[in-house]
Design a protein around this ligand. Structure first.
Ligand SMILES: [Zn+2]
Ligand SMILES: [Zn+2]
Length: 397
């Protein structure tokens, strides 16, 4: 039983660390221990480490750590790519070593030795495709094509020049500070790919996420079938019911069967827990990006809209305060009209807020959202690659 509890605790700890690290900043976790743990993992722990290095090794040690940080976070580098390859390679090696001896089994045919390899190979190809594809680099030669393809909405995008590249900045593009280039329809810079995710490789990135989700599910199901086959071939149910006299019901048989599986196949069960947790995370990440793709909005734009709406809210509050102050001045100057004034003030505030609230609801007027079918086609066939935009003149607004 002790081993079972260690496995359960291991699974829960892995889940907590991975979810806190990757998703702790999401609004649904705001104010929860997961958000606190996320802050600790992403900033707090590093700060403590820097202070510790400063105390033990002095300024030289701190500077060395900071230069490593600059290399890993501010420059294109393959650190996370190597970690990804190591995770994939080691996981596949452990799966092959611990499960292939049972394939073919009672429920699984021998073909899965090859299909599992094929699935991982396709995953690696998708990884290489996304890592080395052009995300839609904007330069002096092609900038006019991007300006034609993506008109300015004059809300979150207006005509301006990239201060680094010294070329006009097309709408929806962003200068990636890590890669030091402007990228069309910029979504985010992905450290795992060591590449930006933009107009021309969003579909590769989505395929990568979805395929890796499928690989994890395949792994969980295949290992589950290996264990079920072992259970069947070892005749454990007959032994438990006939020799040990345990009642032939799920409720009575489940605890001893789980105990037997954990004691005999703990590596396989650990693999199932690991793949299950990763598949959940991949499903969440894929779902989030799929929602963005369907509404034709990028990760970068979600932050821009948040900033814009927050700025509009502050503006409304400032206007309401100014209106209230003006109303207050009027009431002092004319006491007889105090009550109507207050009513007027309340009307102004409420009326203003209602009008502004309705505006705020319309503010997120994403002109690039043309319906989910069109949006999906735009991800697969990027606008700037279409013939109609190749030689068109820039649109001046
Ligand atoms: Zn730039
Ligand atoms: Zn980048």
């Amino acid at each position: 039983m002790a081993v079972q509890w260690i496995l359960v605790l291991h699974g829960l700890a892995t889940l907590l660390v991975v979810i806190s690290f990757l998703c702790g900043h999401w609004p649904i976790f705001h104010g929860t221990p997961i958000a606190g743990f996320h802050d600790f993992l992403t900033f707090g722990a590093y700060d403590y480490f820097l202070r510790f290095v400063g105390v033990v090794c002095g300024d030289r040690g701190t500077n060395a750590v900071l230069s490593v940080e600059r290399y890993c976070c501010d420059r294109p580098n393959p650190t996370l790519q190597v970690i990804y390859l190591a995770i994939i390679g080691v996981t596949y090696y452990i799966v092959a070593k611990s499960c292939f001896m049972y394939i073919p089994g009672y429920y699984l045919s021998g073909v899965h030795r090859y299909t599992s390899f094929l699935a991982v190979a396709v995953g690696l190809l998708l990884f290489l495709w996304t890592s080395f594809s052009d995300p839609g680099t904007v330069n002096a030669e092609n900038v006019q094509r991007y300006i034609s393809a993506y008109p300015y909405d004059n809300i979150i995008y207006s005509e301006k020049e990239c201060s680094t590249c010294k070329i006009p900045k097309p709408a929806r593009s962003k200068h990636c500070s890590v890669c030091n280039r402007c990228v069309a329809r910029f979504d985010h810079h992905c450290g795992w790919m060591n590449n930006c995710i933009g107009e021309k490789n969003m579909h590769c990135f989505m395929a990568f996420l979805f395929w890796h989700f499928l690989i994890c599910i395949y792994g969980v199901v295949a290992i589950g079938l290996v264990l079920a086959g072992q259970l069947k071939e070892s005749k454990i149910v007959q032994i438990l019911t006939v020799y040990y006299g345990i009642e032939n019901s799920f409720r009575s048989l489940a605890p001893p069967i789980v105990q037997w599986l954990v004691a005999s196949y703990n590596t396989q069960i650990l693999l199932m827990v690991f793949l299950g947790v990763v598949s959940l995370l991949l499903a969440g990440f894929f779902g989030y990006h799929a929602k963005l793709c369907l509404t034709n909005i990028t990760t970068n734009e979600t932050f821009k809209w948040q900033e814009y709406i927050s700025w509009q809210k502050k503006l409304r509050e400032a206007r309401a305060s100014a209106a209230a102050l003006r109303a207050g001045d009027n009431s002092i100057m004319n006491e007889a009209e105090a009550k109507p004034s207050k009513r007027k003030c309340r009307f102004l505030c409420l009326g203003g807020s209602t009008v502004e609230d309705s505006k705020a609801n319309n503010l997120k007027n994403n002109r690039y959202d043309k319906g989910f079918a069109h949006n999906i086609i735009e991800i697969i066939f990027p606008l700037s690659t279409r013939r109609s935009f190749k030689h068109s003149k820039p649109k001046r607004t």
